[in-house]
Unconditional design. Structure first.
Length: 415
């Protein structure tokens, strides 16, 4: 008995010391109030965040207050979509010549019999040219009904979504998700638009929609990836094993920005999960904290349309801010995350986006349980139409994130 007590106390001490070290690292990171990147001062000091006024989510361009869902859906929501298209993400093509789906590999006993693997090739034609987008899909075998599904926009190595499961990754813990009763799918951004400023055109843009490259409001990489997510949704509608009323889109970092935009554009996605999406994702641009509009345009300008560059040093004139992007997802549930070692993504500014998007969810009479103050580390908000967590660790998508995504989805679907 004494030995058991000693072991427990020793384990407790190890955990306490590890937590203390993490706090020291975090406090050191947060003690640094400025940095310099690409010739610009990066602000990490809340006291020097400038005073700003956010554009009103529920007021039309003509000054009319939005007081009901009808006015939102018929007037304000289309206005905001157009403003985001024109000024940030680009106009998304609304047609193409044809689309075809082909299962290129299938195994009904994947994951030691737990899952049905389908590797699918989506081929889209337009004006005589075509592009093929491969997807990996696992469906749980223990369900006797179509499966709710998570779709990941994979912005990391394809090894993370290995269909053979020889390689496994916490970025896409497929086995855990299958065990939880969800199907899990993914496509890779490189198959749609390579994530490089020199070659991003060499995918759907050059092959299918070259006119977009000549337009100041034409979509670039993020718009292309969001467009591809909708083509995966087109496939899901043909697959009897997928519950197409319960498809959630997931993305991390630039993929998290894309997930928010795809979810705003395509209302067929039942839910949106955005991990550490930061600037031009979930965080408010007008705070000028961490990565700014200027910095993201310098480094990753090919993600956004040409018009966005006009706001690099004039962000207050931008007719939208990111709380409005969250609002465009309403009344569908949305969940965002941040990490303690990722100040670049402005965790507090990301949480404020959710707070400022709350009025549109309330217009739909959705239950939103966001506290006024940002929640403490590792205290997820689950039982709410808008969910959030601020976890320990680095800029990443991991098992802790996925565990809470599953909890959030379970809550939404069980209501």
């Amino acid at each position: 008995m004494l030995m058991k007590t000693f072991k427990l106390n020793k384990l407790t001490c190890i955990r306490t010391v590890a937590h203390f070290i993490l706090l020291l690292i975090s406090s050191h990171l947060f003690a640094q109030k400025t940095d310099k990147f690409m010739g610009e001062i990066v602000n990490y000091d809340e006291e020097t965040v400038p005073t700003y006024n956010l554009p009103d989510l529920l007021q039309t361009k003509g000054g009319k207050k939005v007081k009901n869902v009808f006015t939102w859906e018929k007037k304000r929501r289309p206005e905001l979509l157009n403003l985001f298209e024109e000024n940030i993400y680009g106009k998304m093509p609304n047609s193409f010549d044809s689309i075809k789906f082909k299962i290129t590999n299938e195994a009904t006993d994947a994951m030691n019999g737990k899952a049905h693997l389908k590797e699918v090739q989506i081929t889209v034609w337009n004006k005589g040219n075509s592009v093929s987008i491969p997807i990996v899909l696992f469906i749980p075998n223990h369900l006797n009904k179509p499966a709710p599904t998570f779709l990941l926009i994979n912005n990391r190595s394809k090894r993370n979504t290995d269909p053979t499961r020889i390689e496994k990754s916490t970025f896409w813990p497929a086995e855990m998700i299958i065990d939880s009763g969800y199907a899990i799918a993914a496509f890779h951004i490189g198959d749609v638009a390579p994530d490089r400023k020199e070659t991003y055109q060499n995918g759907i843009l050059k092959q299918l929609f070259p006119e977009q490259l000549e337009m100041d409001n034409g979509m670039k990489a993020i718009g292309s990836w969001a467009w591809a997510a909708s083509r995966v949704m087109d496939y899901f509608l043909t697959d009897k094993d997928i519950d197409t009323k319960k498809v959630a889109i997931v993305g991390h970092s630039r993929g998290g920005k894309t997930a928010l935009w795809a979810g705003a554009q395509d209302e067929r996605f039942a839910m949106v999960f955005s991990s550490c999406s930061g600037s031009t994702g979930a965080s408010l641009a007008r705070r000028r904290y961490g990565e700014t509009v200027s910095l993201i345009n310098k480094q990753f300008g090919y993600w956004f349309n040409n018009n966005y560059k006009k706001y690099s040093n004039n962000v207050d004139s931008l007719p939208v801010d990111q709380h409005m992007l969250i609002g465009l997802i309403a009344p569908r549930p949305v969940y965002t995350t941040n990490a303690t070692q990722d100040r670049w993504a402005d965790p507090y500014g990301s949480y404020l986006s959710l707070i400022h998007a709350k009025p549109i969810y309330e217009l739909y009479r959705q239950k939103v349980m966001l506290p006024k103050d940002m929640p403490q580390i590792n205290i997820p908000i689950i039982n709410s139409a808008i969910g959030y967590h601020f976890r320990e660790g680095a800029h990443d998508l991991n098992v802790y994130d996925w565990t809470n995504f599953i909890r959030f989805a379970n809550f939404q679907y069980d209501q």
